[in-house]
Design a protein around this ligand. Structure first.
Ligand code: NDX
Length: 256
């Protein structure tokens, strides 16, 4: 049966960090090509409806850690912190896989990115799940540690902001519509990337609560992946809407 290989965790986390830097260098200048940044004329047929695409893409991030948790023998009952943290991760991806896709009004998603997105979700789902279920060691009172409690609070706050902001975006369209409008309300009052801000806060909260290399590597990856995207969304809005609110920032309220 499987056991903890610290070298494997270190290697996979380092590679995740390297992928994050690769993304940053790729996507600072040009945005990743999906949604409002997809080039209209290229590859008109290589797409899948947003609903299927997001479901398939995110499913492994739920399934892989959930299976690792369920199949571990003997079951890991102690410490409580490990199971709780693994459940938090699965909870997010339960939402992202089974709820978010069924309400999305997004345009069809490019197959090529779907493929890489799925690979990424398998990789990260395995890394986070494997670490928490086979490697992590927490004292029995970790649930009352300031890192756990403050991280959990940030996670929940970020998740709330992310879900609420994605809801506001969805309400900008009637079913079947694919046009872009100026997002209003919630944190969109201050930033163009409110949903991304929520997601970034969420994963840094998770990293603090788990206090682990894999989780910090993933939070950093998230920042490098959707941070630049928030900036490109912001530029797109400024270019497209002459009446775009002047005081609105890209990602960090009042700052950037
Ligand atoms: N999926 C994470 N990299 C990604 C998919 C793309 O969950 O090759 C990372 C995730 C993947 C990426 C994933 C990993 C890296 C990949 C990348 C593609 C290339 C890259 C594979 C897996 C890569 C290397 C080099 C390392 C191999 O029509 P539409 O779709 O634009 O409609 C949108 C709508 N909307 C509006 N409607 C009306 N008016 C407006 N003004 C509107 N603005 C937007 O709202 C959508 O239906 C919806 C949301 O759109 P948008 O663009 O704001 O968010 P989106 O980027 O689609 O993300 C959706 C949610 C969001 O909550 C975000 O926080 C979360 O997913 N997310 C997204 C990406 C990554 C991620 C989280 C994470 O890293 N944790």
């Amino acid at each position: 049966s499987m056991q903890c290989l610290p070298g494997l965790v270190l290697a996979l986390s380092s590679l995740l960090g390297a992928l994050a830097l690769l993304q940053l260098s790729l996507y600072l200048r040009v945005p990743s090509r999906y949604g409002k940044h997809e080039e209209r004329l290229c590859r008109p047929r290589g797409r899948l409806p947003a609903r299927c695409a997001w479901f398939l893409q995110e499913l492994p991030s739920f399934l892989v850690p959930a299976l690792l948790l369920a199949l571990r023998s003997p079951p890991r009952l102690e410490p409580l912190g490990c199971r709780l943290l693994c459940c938090l991760f699965c909870w997010h991806y339960f939402y992202r896989t089974f709820i978010y896709p069924f309400f999305t009004r997004g345009r069809p998603f490019p197959l090529q990115l779907l493929f890489f997105g799925m690979l990424f979700c398998i990789y990260n789902g395995f890394l986070q799940g494997y670490y928490l279920i086979y490697c992590a060691e927490y004292p029995n009172d970790w649930c009352t540690d300031i890192r756990f409690t403050s991280g959990l609070l940030l996670f929940l706050l970020g998740m709330g902001i992310n879900i609420h902001s994605d809801l506001l975006l969805r309400q900008l369209r009637k079913p079947g519509e694919v046009t872009y409008k100026i997002p209003q309300g919630g944190l969109f009052t201050y930033i163009s990337g409110a949903n991304y801000f929520g997601e970034i806060v969420e994963w840094f909260g998770f990293a603090i609560a788990t206090w682990s290399l894999p989780a910090f590597a993933f939070a950093f990856f998230t920042l490098c992946c959707i941070g630049p995207r928030a900036y490109h969304h912001h530029r797109y809005y400024l270019k497209t809407f002459t009446d775009y609110p002047k005081s609105r920032k890209a990602l960090i309220p009042f700052v950037f």
